[in-house]
Design a protein around this ligand. Structure first.
Ligand SMILES: [Zn+2]
Length: 421
């Protein structure tokens, strides 16, 4: 009896529901009720409206994003192509050298390459951007110097496989720079050995002289075989309220050695004051990584002490200034090349003698651990051929003064060993 009652109840319920839908459909076909019912019972027009407007919104957003993306790409694209634009490079007659000069292959193991500018396209750079760290006219790739011009200088000064410190920053500009270095190495593999100079936000007291290991890894990941080295990274305290000094055995750098090892990179440091012990600890802890350093923070005796104890340590000799601070300043901050070249030519023998007296015996005692470098890059005319040739002349005179058995090693063989060429 109970089952029959349930069946009747279900039957009535079905009729009611069915009837309601017939009633509703009749009404919605009637224009007077259409909107009311659509809104009230189904919300279909509201849904449609929401769907439409959200579609519009998404389209707008993606239009904005695409536009932004395209603009951003175009923004960097133009600068990438300007940096890599070709210039004609005449092959000039080679320099003639006296008989006692070294004339074999030569690697400049300290060559800074400028970045592209990051000021807005179409805008003029402010004066501050145009003045370099030492107040000289700052170089910008694609603005006042092209990669093809630097390559042309390298070719005609007669150096090869130079340790090129390619800047990469943890900003928007990063992928544009990486593309430039990748294309540079494809075009000029004989002139450069690529180092990633991933400087951090070092103008800031809270910043660091390098990016952290995670960021470095993300830069290297995109071009895993592009770089042979990491550096130059200056571990010294920056002037004018910039970043503090960073110890070679800090946690930040220990994490970086891990990344460096993964990509089989050499490391190039400019040490800070009082970092000898920490550096030696790092050299002992990472015997499989080759470390090069330069700078006048340590005495020649201290440098030799490190080299004697650590076969994975190398020192870059580049201080050919004849103990003359003004002459150094002329190289990094002079308005033009003329005054620097005039001084160099006038004082050539004096400067050479200082270099020989300072370094000859140290190099001969550690023939497998010294490299030579110019440290070009603070002002745009540093890349001029006359400057390159004058520096090469000085280097060939200096190397020529060394024991003949040592000459090729400091000239290029040690550099090759450092990056396992
Ligand atoms: Zn340097």
């Amino acid at each position: 009896m109970k089952d029959v009652r349930i069946l009747i109840f279900v039957f009535i319920a079905l009729i009611l529901v069915f009837g309601f839908f017939i009633f509703r459909n009749t009404l919605v076909n009637n224009s007077i009720f259409e909107n009311y019912f659509n809104n009230y019972f189904t919300d279909s027009s509201v849904e449609e409206e929401i769907a439409n407007s959200s579609r519009d919104f998404e389209e707008n957003i993606s239009e904005i994003e695409t536009k932004d993306f395209v603009d951003k790409n175009e923004y960097w694209r133009e600068r990438i192509e300007l940096a890599l634009a070709h210039t004609s490079c005449l092959e000039l007659p080679r320099q003639e050298f006296p008989d006692n000069y070294y004339t074999g292959p030569l690697t400049d193991a300290h060559l800074h390459i400028p970045a592209i500018p990051d000021w807005p396209i179409g805008e003029q750079p402010d004066n501050e951007s145009l003045i370099g760290r030492f107040e000289g006219p700052e170089a910008y790739l694609g603005f006042n110097i092209k990669m093809s011009e630097i390559a042309c200088t390298i070719k005609n000064e007669g150096t090869h496989k130079n340790f090129a410190f390619f800047p990469v920053y943890d900003e928007d500009i990063s992928s544009a720079l990486l593309e430039i270095w990748d294309r540079t190495m494809k075009e000029y593999p004989e002139y450069f050995t690529s180092f990633i100079m991933s400087s951090g936000d070092d103008e800031n007291l809270r910043g660091f002289p390098t990016v952290d290991s995670k960021t470095l890894n993300s830069m290297l990941r995109d071009y895993p075989s592009l770089f042979k080295g990491y550096g130059e990274i200056g571990l010294y305290e920056r002037e004018n309220g910039g970043s503090r000094s960073l110890s070679p055995d800090s946690k930040m750098l220990k994490d970086i050695y891990h990344v460096v090892r993964g990509y089989d990179l050499a490391v190039y440091f400019h040490l800070g004051e009082g970092q000898k012990n920490a550096f030696e600890k790092v050299l002992s802890e990472n015997p499989d990584i080759n470390f090069v350093w330069h700078g006048d923070q340590l005495s020649i005796q201290e440098i030799e002490d490190i080299l004697s104890k650590h076969p994975n340590a190398y020192y870059g000799v580049d201080a050919f200034w004849g103990h003359d601070q003004d002459f150094f300043l002329l190289f990094v901050s002079g308005e033009t090349k003329d005054e620097y070249l005039k001084e160099l030519n006038y004082n050539f023998d004096r400067i050479l003698n200082y270099a020989v007296n300072d370094w000859k015996y140290a190099v001969e005692r550690h023939p497998d651990q010294f490299v030579w470098g110019i440290d070009r890059g603070d002002t745009v005319w540093n890349y001029d051929l006359d400057v390159g040739r004058a520096q090469v002349r000085l280097a060939r005179a200096f190397i020529g003064s060394l024991n003949p058995e040592v000459q090729e090693r400091i000239a290029y063989k040690n550099a090759q060993k450092i990056v396992r060429l």
